[in-house]
Design a protein around this ligand. Structure first.
Ligand SMILES: [Zn+2]
Length: 149
């Protein structure tokens, strides 16, 4: 099933880590996205350049989802979000990766996806939520590194 997966020189996820590296194996890596509105926005990236989940073997899919769910569990334990958003698009960067995004009712876009329309009527709450998450970020990063070491 796995096609030849040579690095694609035009692909930002082949050219670099794609964020601040938190954990890495031969097959995948976990990075902090560095999104100003969502300080704990995390990505799980398959290391080889494949586009779809069905490009992976069943064992590889299981491994990737194990990591995605480990990040989700750490976010729930450390950040207590109202919801976790899991998303895999690859429309812009067709290199397999999952977004793991803790969400709160008072964040900038809720209940829209983080790529949706911003809520314009709650700037104070957005600022407070962003600061609260940023205050827990060091503990979150430590927990991700420990869980996936
Ligand atoms: Zn790539």
């Amino acid at each position: 099933m796995q096609p030849l997966a040579a690095p694609d020189r035009a692909c930002p996820l082949c050219a670099g880590d794609g964020g601040t590296l938190l954990a890495r194996s031969h097959a995948w890596r976990v990075v902090l996205a560095g999104d100003a509105d969502y300080p704990a926005f995390t990505r799980v990236i398959w290391n080889t350049h494949v586009a779809e989940m069905s490009d992976l073997t069943a064992a590889q899919r299981d491994e990737l989802m194990r990591v995605v769910l480990a990040v989700e569990v750490v976010q729930r334990e450390l950040l207590s979000p109202d919801k976790i958003n899991l998303a895999s698009f690859g429309n812009v960067v067709p290199h397999l990766h999952w977004h793991v995004i803790p969400r709160w009712r008072d964040d900038r876009h809720f209940p829209e996806p983080v790529w949706g329309s911003a809520a314009r009527d709650r700037e104070a709450a957005v600022q407070a939520r962003r600061a609260a998450v940023a205050g827990k970020l060091d503990a979150y990063l430590r927990a991700i590194r420990q869980r996936l070491a």
